[in-house]
Design a protein. Sequence first.
Length: 399
Amino acid sequence: MELLSEEIKNSVLKSMEVLLKEHEDTLLNANKKDIAAFNQEDQAMYDRLILNKDKVAGMITAIQVVREQEDPVNKIISRKQFDNGLDVVNKTAPFGTIMIIYESRPDVTVEATVLAFKANNKILLKGGKEAVHSNTAIVKLWHMALEEHNLSTDYIQMLTMNRTETQAFLRNPTEQLDLIVPRGGEQLIKFVKEHAKCAVLVSGRGNNFLYIDEAADWKQTIEVILNAKTQKISACNALDKILVSKKLPDYAGRILNLNEILKDSGVEVLVDEETKSILSDEKLITDDSIWYQEFLEMKCCIGTVNSVFDAIEKINEYSGGHSATVMTTNTDIAKKFMEQVDCAVVYQNASTRFTDGGQIGVGAELAISTDKLHHRGPLGLKELVTNKYYVFGDGHVRV
C-alpha cells in the first residue's frame, strides 16, 4: 500500500479523538445493547465488555499517545556502502494487512486499529459477537475519520463472520493476509493456527506464576500477591499460581497467613499435597492439568517447592509464557529466576499486572505476544513493522 505521510496519519488520529468524544453517548448506548444480550455468568468476559465514560476517555488517551509517538515506518535500521559502489539500506516497512481475532473487548477495536494504521497497515477486525454493536459503532467512527481526510475506509474493516465462515476465510482469504493475531483462549489460538495460511503471532494464555523465595520480604509479598490476583481478574496479566519455598522462615505460619488473607479477599484456594499438610481445609489438586489453566476468576493454586530451580522448572512446564514474578531480596536468586524462566516478562518484587504496554513504556498495544518471533511481550507501535532492504546500484552485475 502507499506509504502515508506522518502528518496525514496523525490528522486521522486527531479526528478520531474528537469523534469519540462527540459520539460518546452513541457508543455507550450501543454498548448497552451488547450488555443486555450478554450472559453475565462469565464475569471476566462481562468486565471486558463493559464501556463507560472512563473507558472511552482511556480510548482517547490511547490514540493520543500513539499519535504523539514517532512514525515507525521507513526508518533506517542500517546502511552500508560497499567498495564496489552498491549502497545497501535496511528500512522499516509495514506488514501489509493484519487480521486480529479477539473476544469481548471493544477497546481493542480502538487500540489495535490506531497501532495498525499509524504503522501504515490495513487491519481486519474480527471481534466477538458479544460486542457487535459496540464494535460497529467504533468502526463507523474510524470510517468517518478516514473519509474526513479523503482516505479509503478499506484501511479499517470489520468482519462479521461466524466460526465456519472464519475458518473458510483463514483457509482461503479473499485478500492477502500478512499477519494474524489471535487474542483469546487456547481454543481460539489452536483454531487460528490450524487454519491460517500466513504468519500467526500468538497472544497466549496468562496463567501467571509468582515464586516466594526464602529471602522474600513478607509484607511486600502479600501486597504484590493481592494486587496481582485481585485488582482485575479479567486481565491476562492477573496472577493464578503461587509457589512457596519450603525454606521460607516460619514456612507453616506464612502459608497459613497467606491463605487467610486470600480467603478474606474472596479468593478460592487450591493446594498441592505438601501444602495440604498445612492447609488441611483447602481443596487438594488431584489433576495436574489445573496448573496449565488460566483462571480469570477469584481462584488460585498454592504449591510448595524446595528451591528456586524447582520453581523455574514448574513455571517453564506449566505457564503460558506470559509473566512470572520472584519475590526475593537475594539478587543472585532473582538473576537466576529472571534469566531461566521462559516468559515474555519476568519480575523481581513486582506485580504481574504491570505486563501492559502503557505500564512498561510501550504505549497502546495490539496484544501481549507469547511467541518469540518476531517479537515477544507487548506489541506496540514499533513492533508492528517488518523490514525491507533497498539496494541502490549503477548498472552493477555480480561477477
